[in-house]
Write a protein that binds this ligand. Sequence first.
Ligand code: DC
Length: 221
Amino acid sequence: MKKIRIAIDGPAGAGKSSVSKLVASKLNYSYVDTGAIYRSLALAAAETDGECDSAELAEIINHFNVSFKMIDGINHVYLDGSDVTNEIRNERISMLASKIAKIPFVREALFRMQRELGEEGGVVMEGRDIGTVIMPDAELKIYLTATPEHRAKRRALELEAKGVSFSMEQLVSEIRDRDRQDMTRKVAPLRQAEDAVVVDNSDMNLEETAEKIVQLARERE
Ligand code: DC
């Protein structure tokens, strides 16, 4: 049986990370969260003066050393050997990651790193441009999506669990704004690859979504 490459792209809040991790675990494949690479670079940049001019970013990229290790179902992210798994998830780093992800030379530099991570096959890689730019020849491409309302509802559950207050309209509006920003940026915008299978999981749970993708993978192995 051949070990294939699976690209999973889609908008924020579609459940890409949970689904991708579960698919990788079911197939015994490796899992690559490319958003975590952008976030780690953002963290490295934030640790300087946070101004992020081009020369500074180029210097950071030259020494950029990020790695992953799955421990008990959690994808640990290491920057220069330090565990930054939680640190890269805050709002400031999300914003900075999104900002630097628009810069062409940053994408170019991270392109090679991501390509190499997918080279051997037996990988589930998730992001925004995996099926279109990073692994255009992946054997299986998934465009994972759900309605803004469903995505907002999931976010609401996460926030509720953390005891954070929110307004539902505000969440839907934020999701729509983020979609617009990701889909309209000049370099590598989020879009569905022509040969991607669209999986709308508005009415599917995590297990059902992962099973559907595993089935599609098995047909291609
Ligand atoms: O998936 P995420 O929210 O962790 O991604 C963080 C940021 O990185 C997000 O704003 C978009 C950017 N990103 C990207 O431009 N291309 C990718 N393949 C993955 C993430």
